[in-house]
Design a binder for this molecule. Structure first.
Ligand code: 3PG
Length: 325
């Protein structure tokens, strides 16, 4: 009986590992496709506030249809849930639009190199705003992250201040999103997929008036006609692809977050950026200098060091964690 029990545990552990690997591979692949179509759209149609809004709208629509047709079970939420979701949605909206504005101004690879510095923001916010203390090794791991990002930024051939600041604001906003999520999800029974669906819907409500105020239908109409005359009728499919893939990669990432610790999640997120950086450099033939690539490599290595010194490494075989527990 002991060996039967052992066999069962080994099989369950292996199944869990396969499940996480499938989640990660799907998340990265969907993210690479999103980044490519998003940049193709932004090159022809430089209206990041509208494309950010459309990504949230596509996700909201997909989930409303899934709930109505019972493909997915609608979550049971109350006013308290939406109240605690509000700060998460504000931070998600700011982080999303700032990253998209950044990508409209600079190479996708550059935005993601700066975004690989997110752990540094996490430590700085926790230290200076929340008063949390960290061991010296954590602070030391920030040196290559910040130094590598700085080196990559100053040697970037298509440096642009708005592009740089957009990625920095996105980092800061996503740190707050994670802190608020942690508070908001405590004791809630809404799973990762539905949590992200509600987040999209609330963010869509927040972003729409701002998108209209900053860009507006008049600019969109002229821009759209230009893009269609440049690309042809297929342009609409590029927009659909960037919007749908944005929702899908985020949904899968929140589903995997349900199963793993935040640390494993952040390692996965950094590895995702490597695949985005490499694939976008190839697809868009982005010119890079060796010193620029060195800066990116140091920053990414720093993130790995950070993840190694932050917490004891959890095992993927450990029982599933709660969302952002
Ligand atoms: C966005 O548009 O929200 C950003 O591309 C998100 O970036 P991330 O999911 O890679 O952090």
């Amino acid at each position: 009986p002991i060996s039967i029990e052992f066999d069962r545990e080994t099989r369950e552990a292996a199944a869990q590992k396969i499940k996480i690997s499938v989640y990660f591979a799907t998340w990265w692949a969907l993210n690479v496709v999103f980044n490519i179509y998003n940049k193709k759209v932004l090159n022809a149609f430089p209206f990041p506030w509208l494309t950010s809004t459309l990504s949230l709208a596509a996700g909201s629509l997909l989930m409303l249809v899934s709930w109505a047709t019972k493909i997915a079970e609608a979550p049971k939420t109350d006013l308290e849930f939406w109240k605690t979701l509000l700060p998460v949605a504000v931070a998600h909206t700011i982080g999303h639009v700032a990253a998209t504005v950044s990508m409209s101004k600079v190479a996708v690879s550059f935005t993601h190199i700066i975004k690989s510095g997110e752990p540094a923001f996490s430590v700085l916010v926790s230290r200076f705003l929340l008063g949390e203390a960290f061991p010296t090794s954590v602070y030391l791991s920030l040196v290559p992250i910040i130094g590598g990002c700085a080196l990559a930024a100053v040697t970037e051939l298509n440096f642009n201040l708005i592009g740089f600041m957009g990625a920095m604001i996105s980092n800061l906003a996503f740190v707050f999103r994670n802190i608020f999520s942690k508070k908001g999800m405590k004791g809630q029974s809404v799973g990762g997929m539905n949590y992200y669906a509600c987040l999209s819907m609330l963010s869509l409500l927040i972003l729409t008036p701002f998108a209209i105020a900053v860009e507006g239908p008049q600019m969109w109409t002229i821009g759209w006609q230009k893009a269609v005359s440049l690309i042809g009728p297929n342009f609409v499919w590029w927009v659909v692809a960037q919007s749908v893939f944005y929702h899908l990669y985020n949904q899968v990432s929140y589903m995997s977050l349900n199963e793993i610790s935040p640390l494993t999640f952040s390692i996965g997120n950094t590895m995702k950026r490597i695949s985005v950086i490499v694939s976008s450099i190839i697809i868009f033939s982005i010119p890079i200098q060796p010193i620029n690539a060195l800066g990116a490599a140091i920053a990414i290595l720093g993130t790995f060091l950070y993840s190694q010194v932050t917490y004891p490494q959890p095992s993927l075989n450990s029982p599933p964690h709660n969302f952002l527990s």
